[in-house]
Design a protein around this ligand. Structure first.
Ligand SMILES: Cc1cc2nc3c(=O)[nH]c(=O)nc-3n(C[C@H](O)[C@H](O)[C@H](O)COP(=O)(O)OP(=O)(O)OC[C@H]3O[C@@H](n4cnc5c(N)ncnc54)[C@H](O)[C@@H]3O)c2cc1C
Length: 350
């Protein structure tokens, strides 16, 4: 929790440190352990609306946007695409699940590979006084995932999750759609390697995440944050999202930070996992200023529209974390509770 405070301060995020009693004034059913952090500027956006606003701004500036046009490869002075050659003085690669492959075409990121994880949320049925604010647990800083949390979407729904369960090919959103045998074999081999080496304590991460295949388990984790959370209130799974998580082949561990690589020809955004969307203002500006620096062309600066749900966020640790090797104490009611902060101003809605 102290580390979250430090990061928030370093990034200029407004944050209030609360006692458990103060936290309950904001969200009466929240469970907290002695302290809590409150982020009053947290909001939810509808990502589709944000993208539509960026597109509208870009078009108004005279920029052409080609959708459904796959990148096929790099070549001198441009790129090959499914719609033919496109001339490019400078290339910015923000291809999410395929960003590592494109980066390699330009000689960057040889040590990284995408290892996809599938994220699903459970939507509430609105019964029994749902929480009025985002509530997050204190994350385990040794692991890249956030933990099950409560999100208020821009549309006003409440959802709990996400899972971070292995996807077996990059676009494994559901069923066998987009199945790719080569990707599947590579991903299974990498997951097996991580299980075998146990780098970054991958086995315990895998075990805790695989258990989230069960709806009951997700509700159980959410109930550690908010009293009175019941399986009957959370029955509907939302659409799957896939996290483009970077695996560092040199250290054999999951990477925890953005990797922005580039030179005078190209710029590559890797590992823009959560909080990717949130950091969008700075992550939008960084490739632009990098390109401008190298090409003397300030390029385009499309302004992202913001549709957001005014709100705030509490972040909760349902139980004090036990140091590794320490003896397990019997759970004490007084030791359950809410702690923490959401150190980012937006969570995607919808
Ligand atoms: C379950 C889940 C929950 C999340 N929660 C949050 C949250 O609360 N807050 C937050 O900030 N972030 C969250 N994120 C992360 C957020 O969604 C990502 O950080 C963000 O989408 C990354 O944006 P991006 O533009 O880098 O990549 P993407 O959104 O993946 O966009 C990449 C684009 O490149 C295109 N593309 C790929 N390959 C090619 C190719 N060869 N040719 C042409 N086009 C190509 C794709 O079609 C896509 O349109 C969450 C993610 C998941 C999965």
């Amino acid at each position: 929790m102290d580390e979250l405070v430090r990061r928030a301060r370093a990034n200029g995020i407004e944050l209030q440190e609360l006692t458990a009693e103060e936290a309950r004034l904001i969200e009466p059913r929240v469970r907290t352990y002695e302290r809590a952090l409150f982020s009053p500027t947290t909001s939810s956006v509808d990502p589709a609306e944000v993208v539509a606003a960026v597109v509208a701004d870009a078009r108004a500036l005279g920029i052409t946007i080609c959708t459904s046009t796959a990148y096929r490869g790099a070549e001198a002075g441009g790129v090959r695409t499914a719609a033919g050659r496109v001339a490019a003085g400078y290339v910015i690669n923000a291809a999410g699940l395929y960003a590592d492959r494109i980066a390699r075409d330009y000689g960057f990121g040889e040590r990284y590979r995408i290892l996809p994880f599938k994220g699903l949320y459970l939507y509430g049925n609105g019964g029994s006084r749902p929480p009025q604010t985002h509530i997050y647990p204190v994350p385990d800083l040794r692991q890249p995932f956030l933990g099950v949390h409560f999100t208020l979407t821009a549309a006003g729904n409440v959802k709990i999750g996400p899972t971070a369960i292995p996807a077996f090919w990059r676009q494994h959103y559901g069923g066998l759609a987009n199945f790719d045998l080569g990707e599947c074999a590579e991903i299974l081999a990498r997951q097996a390697g991580l299980l075998f080496s146990n780098a970054g304590d991958f086995r315990s991460l895998a075990w805790s995440e695989v258990r989230k295949y069960s709806r009951r388990r997700i509700v159980e984790l959410a109930a550690e944050l908010v009293q009175g959370t019941r399986p009957a209130q959370y029955r509907r799974w939302g659409q799957a999202g896939i996290r483009a998580q970077l695996l560092d082949l040199e250290t054999g561990t999951l990477d925890m930070d953005f990797r922005c690589l580039g030179d005078d020809r190209s710029f590559h955004v890797l590992n823009a996992v959560s909080p990717g969307l949130i950091a969008s203002r700075s992550s939008r500006d960084e490739p632009g200023s990098h390109a401008a620096e190298h090409t003397r062309d300030p390029g385009t600066r499309a302004r992202a529209g913001r549709t957001h749900q005014p709100g705030a966020c509490l972040r909760a640790l349902a139980r004090p974390r036990r140091p590794r090797g320490a003896r397990r104490e019997p759970p004490a009611v007084a030791a359950r509770g809410l702690v923490d902060v959401l150190p980012w101003p937006f969570s995607p809605g919808g």
